[in-house]
Structure formats: C-alpha cells, structure tokens
Design a protein around this ligand. Sequence first.
Ligand code: GLY
Ligand code: MN
Ligand code: MN
Length: 436
Amino acid sequence: MDMDIKVFNRRRQDVMQLMGDGIAVITTAPERSRNRDVLYPFRPDSDFYYLTHYAEPEAIAVLCPGRAQGEFVLFCRERNPDREVWDGKRAGVEGAVEIYGADDAFPIDDVDEILPGMLENQGKVYGNMGYYPEFDMRLLNWINEVKGKARTGVHAPSELVDLSHILHELRLIKRSEEVALMKRAARISAAAHRRAMQHCQPGMMEYEIQAELEHEFRRGGSLSWAYPPIVAGGVNACTLHYIDNNGALNDGDLLLIDAAAEVDCYAADITRTFPVNGKFSAAQRDVYEVVLAAQLAAIDTARAGNHWNEPHDAAVRILVQGLIDLKLLEGELDGLIEQQTHKRFYMHRTGHWLGMDVHDVGDYKIDVDWRILEPGMAFTVEPGLYLPDDEDIDSALRGLGVRIEDDILINRQGNTVLSKDAPKTVADIESTMADR
Ligand code: GLY
Ligand code: MN
Ligand code: MN
C-alpha cells in the first residue's frame, strides 16, 4: 500500500476525461472456491486494481465524470470486528475515503439499493464487460430497474459501452511507477532463474527446481507467481504449457523453465533453457544458438517506430535459416517462410504485451495494420524451437525443446531488457552452473 494515492487519482481522471460523460461501473474479481470452504488466494481484477489500488474482495468502483456529490464512489466491505479476528483488517467505507481517495463510499451490501439511482439519466454505462458474466447480468438488471421508472420521467441509459477501449489503451503505455514494479518483478524472477541453474543436478525432480524458483519469488517479496511455473525436463519442453512438473531431470537432457513472479499485480515472464548437467552437448548448443540468434535479432527490431510484428518476422527468418542448417527443413528461405513449414517446430508467436496481466491488454492492430511501437510499451520476446520425438528427426536433435524469453520495455533510445539479469549466453549459463 505504499503507492502514492495521486497516481490512482490521475488514472481515474484520465479515464473520465476519455469517457467524457456517462458512468463507469467496474467490479473486482469474484472470490473463487477451490474445494468446500477453501478459497483460491484472492487476486483483484487488473482493471479494477489499476484504477483503485484496493485489494480486498467484494468491491465495485463507480466513476461518474462531473457528478456533484463526487466522481469516484467505492462500494466495499464494511468493517466487521468479528470477521477481522479471522481474516485480518478491512479498510471499510471510512478507509475507502481516507486511504483510497474515494469521494464517497457505501457498504457493498447496499449496492442494489444505491446503484440504480446513480444510473438514472445517464446516457452511457461503461463496464469491464465479458469477464464476469454474473456481474454483467447484475448490471443489466440495475439498468432494467431504471427503465421500469420511465413513467416517472427518468431516462434509462441507452448505451452500454465496453470500457476496455479506453482503459486498455491507457494500460498499454506503462508509466514510471508501473515500470518500477515491472523491473522489480523481473529482477526477482531473474534471480530465481539463476538459483534454478545453480541448484539443478541430474537425478533431481522438476518440482524440486520449482521449489527453488518459488523460494526466490517469496524471498524477494513477491506474493505469487505471475502464472503457474513451467519446469520441463527433456521432451516435456515440447509441451508448451507443461505444468505437471513431476518428471525426473536426466543427465544429458535440457531443462526449460518458464517462470516469473508477480509484484503488486505486475508480471514478469521469463524463459531460460539450460543443460541439466551444466554443459551443453554439441547438438543442444547448435539448436540453442539458433534460438538465441533469433531472439537477439528480434530484440534488435523492438524499437519505437517499428511495427508490432517486426520482432516476430526477424525471429522467424533466423529460425527458418537455422532449421535449414540443421537439415530439419529443405528448400529456399523465403519460400519456406511463405509456406510456414516451420510451424511444425515453431508454432507460437514471438511475444505478447506484458503488464498487470501476463498476456496483457491492448490491441495488436489498429484496423488492419500492425501497431507502431511507442515508448512505454512492454512485451515479451520469446522465440523457441521444439523438435518432436519423431522417427524422421536426427536422433541427436529429437525431443529437444528450447525457448528463450525476455521482457522488453520500449524507450526513446531503443529498448530496455527488464529481465537481463537471467543468464542467457551459453558461456554465461555454463559459468553460472559451474559455480554450484
Ligand atoms: N508464460 C506464458 C507465456 O510465455 O506466454
Ligand atoms: Mn510469454
Ligand atoms: Mn513465458
């Protein structure tokens, strides 16, 4: 809670200015049951948290530009000494005003009585629509309630607008306070990758390495990973979203780790691939160097003024040339790229926006054109090669999976690699692992 409340006030002002008029009704995430009376750890909705910094469950924020009684209203849980003995302190409606800067706050239990009145005579209602269908239904019911009063002269809202058009454009450009959190998440995550390299030994289990990663996340002050860690030894690396993490780590195999921490709801997203025994074999090294060259070429094109797809195009070019050199593809470079034959070995895209959500919000195209990169945009660059365990593939290459993923922030000069502290060259990885 150490972030300046002015930051959130400014974000709300930015949204309200873009709304012009109307009213925005934004819910946080629901609490979710894991089993019986055990809940999953609560994590607020990113849009809601971006605008409020309020991390308790059961809350709805209302933004109403020009409303005389206050533009920012928070519905939230009341103080409850009995419950607080069990679950810890609540801000309550007093805290909503004093700590979070709400102009007005009401108990969440009163929302059905109060909110329909706030919708009266508003032309547009903005919402974070589509994420929480039950909440969408409640919002429609509140609007219907206002419609039911038509004969008293009250106008019901006539337009329901998706707030994401406004809000996600703001979230796409990271401001300095957001960059600071992303750097911290990346630093903790890079330290975790180093720790994994230093603890890895043939004969260990994937989950033991997962434990080393999570140890470093928590020790660094992160409350959670940003997404479930992928710790994939050997051929498991060819399963893109492998999260079983229960295999043995064998001498002579590679280990692919895609894992990163979340800090105050901001994600890092880092992948490193290294040999379980600390030394790349010749074949592993050949594949690794192709992916690394593709990644460096992609990062090189990640600069303001270039378009979103340039890093992907640069990576694909080098990967396909590498596949030709490795004798996994046969033919002429441009023809092969056009035919997309590489998709057997490289089936995902080279990156995605990164921010509060690991696959963050923001459009990739404006109409039909790829978006032009601007300072403040953050995304991953994560090429890979996945050589299946198939008969037609050279036995030294069969079953190898390599991905290298860094977190990039576009700035005026070019870019900053937020995740640069995670060892990446063959030499750096081998020397980090020799230190065990
Ligand atoms: N960790 C998910 C991804 O790399 O997109
Ligand atoms: Mn990623
Ligand atoms: Mn990843």
